[in-house]
Write a protein that binds this ligand. Structure first.
Ligand code: ADP
Ligand code: MG
Length: 350
């Protein structure tokens, strides 16, 4: 169990945060830029200490301890390495703090930078540095690992790959992690819990899918508001280069240029702005993916924009339409509506 109570005042901005987390698995700290996420990690790591901080980690009081006595690892967003040392040199230095749980070569292979081991760290690109910084943090074998947007310098494909690897490493080592990001798909793929940070406060906490589907939180007014759904890949259609998915039993076709490894569970992201609502089936339209849903709730989230919460079997879909359209269609809780999906991103296996 982690409990933290801390206060900070930086000019007119203040942070007043009470965190409680069971201290297992991967928990996301999610919130807009400037909300205080990095500050919280610095406080947890001991880089920013104040006399009245309270910090308990599995019953040990850490607030008065310097960073090196906390056994809390921190991967900075800018992946600070010793530039004059080689990649291997950076890893060996960190491994001295650990008990030999990991081999540097093995981690370098798994995190995709083995060919860089002899390079000086200062010669690496931002993305390469982030991979090395993660390996270095693991080698020191902390009891808690804090990650501050650790893959922000990587392209989406590499990021999804590393997220998958990080999840495997986390399970092997049973190492609890707090993961700062502002990418919803990273949260949904990696984290079993989510703490929303807004303006120096923790304002909500729970399962990521539950929080993302709520209408009353600040994330509902993000331009990329949306949900991650569980689906099942049924078959791949070679001539059309599409996959047929089932979402709570209803078919959904998504573009897929190559055959998948196997049918089975997948996760998809559907942004609220990519959902079109109709009260009757659309016939003369290019839109063909329609899901039958029941409107649960609706709320204005941006000027003139209404967010709809749609029940789809056991899962929730969000749709954002104009208030004018919501009024024209006379949408009310309980209305049966067709949700046409304009775009889906496939996040990989569940
Ligand atoms: P985030 O990581 O969520 O983007 P930060 O924790 O970096 O947010 O910053 C939160 C706020 O605290 C910002 O307004 C930032 O300017 C301020 N801040 C953080 N550390 C300091 C500091 N040492 N001195 C003054 N202001 C700071
Ligand atoms: Mg930050």
């Amino acid at each position: 169990m982690l409990t933290l109570a801390c206060r900070r005042h930086f000019g007119s901005w203040d942070l007043e945060c009470d965190l409680r987390w069971r201290g297992e698995g991967i928990c996301a700290l999610f919130g807009p830029s400037g909300s205080g996420k990095s500050t919280l990690l610095r406080i947890l790591a001991g880089l920013d200490r104040a006399a009245d901080d309270q910090l308990l980690w599995h019953n040990a009081a850490l607030a008065s301890l310097p960073p090196e006595r906390r056994r809390i690892g921190l991967v900075f967003q800018d992946a600070r390495l010793f530039g004059h040392l080689t990649v291997r040199g950076n890893l060996l230095l960190a491994a001295e703090k650990g008990q030999g749980r990991w081999q540097p070569d093995e981690l370098a292979r798994r995190l995709g930078f083995y060919e860089l081991m002899a390079q000086p760290a200062q010669a690496l690109s931002g993305g390469q540095r982030q991979r090395v910084a993660l390996a270095r943090a693991l080698l020191a074998e902390p009891t808690l690992l804090l990650l501050d947007e650790p893959f922000s310098a990587l392209d989406r494909r590499s990021r999804l790959h590393l997220i998958h690897e990080l999840q495997t490493l986390q399970r092997e080592a049973m190492l609890p992690m707090l993961y700062v990001t502002h990418a919803m798909e990273e949260v949904s793929m990696l984290c079993d819990e989510l703490i929303l940070i807004e303006n120096g406060r923790a304002i909500a906490q729970g399962a990521p899918d539950t929080l993302f589907s709520r209408l009353d939180l600040p994330i509902a007014s993000r331009d990329d508001a949306g949900v991650i759904l569980s689906a099942n890949l049924q078959q791949w259609l070679a001539p059309e280069q599409m996959a047929e998915l089932h979402v709570d039993g209803q078919p959904l076709f998504v573009t897929m240029p190559a055959a998948p490894d196997a049918p089975g569970p997948v996760r998809i992201k559907v942004a609220a702005r990519d959902v079109v609502i109709a009260t009757e089936p659309l016939t003369h339209s290019s839109l063909s993916n329609s899901l039958q849903t029941t409107l649960q709730d609706l709320r204005d989230v941006l000027p003139g924009q209404t967010l709809l919460q749609l029940a789809l079997g056991q899962q929730i879909l969000l749709a954002r339409i104009t208030r004018r359209s919501a009024e024209r269609l006379a949408l009310k809780p309980g209305s049966r509506v067709y949700a046409y999906i304009k775009a889906v991103s496939l996040l990989g296996e569940a």
